[in-house]
Design a protein around this ligand. Structure first.
Ligand code: IDP
Ligand code: MG
Length: 152
């Protein structure tokens, strides 16, 4: 049975600098996920303190925040069956050198401090993160030919 969810992806400043935006979004498109939100935005310390609250006080926190403000990031909302888990599989482990070959992090990066992409880690956090980065009206609903719930 389909469990249609939404999840939040950020293409981080290293992905933007390295001109990987199209390739990263293409990975999700070719997987058959539905793009329902997409924008460029600049982050500040306040929103990053919420987003990375679980890392406040760690030695790398300040450099993580500085890194995340170096360029605008690309914020993406994806929709699909079990999409939170499916996107984490496509993204790979936090440390790119431990990520499985074929994942975005394994294929494009060698460094945990520059791992290209963020993806929500649970349906509950996905909802919180989508509303952190997107306003009402910026996330869309539409039918797509590859929708699993059209084909059953
Ligand atoms: P995730 O991005 O795979 O969900 P988290 O543990 O939530 O991993 O960490 C969030 C982000 O914080 C990572 O993607 C990475 O950018 C950064 N980070 C985590 N651990 C380290 C570290 O040990 N050194 C530098 N940056 C780190
Ligand atoms: Mg995380």
């Amino acid at each position: 049975m389909a469990d249609i969810q939404r999840t939040l992806v950020l293409i981080k400043p290293d992905g933007v600098q390295r001109e990987l935006i199209g390739q990263v979004i293409g990975r999700f498109e070719r997987k058959g996920l539905k793009l329902v939100g997409l924008k460029l935005l600049s982050l500040d310390e306040t929103i990053l303190a919420d987003h990375y609250a679980h890392h406040i006080g760690k030695p790398f926190y300040d450099s993580l925040v500085k890194f995340m403000m170096e360029t605008p990031v690309v914020a993406v909302v994806l929709e699909g069956n079990d999409v939170v888990n499916e996107v984490r599989k496509v993204v790979g482990s936090t440390n790119p050198r431990e990520a499985d070959a074929g994942t975005i992090r394994a294929d494009f990066s060698m460094d945990v401090a520059g791992n290209i992409i963020h993806a929500s880690d649970s349906p509950e956090n996905a909802q919180i993160e989508i509303s952190r980065f997107f306003n009402d009206g910026e996330v869309f609903s539409y039918n797509k030919l590859t929708d699993p719930y059209i084909f059953g």
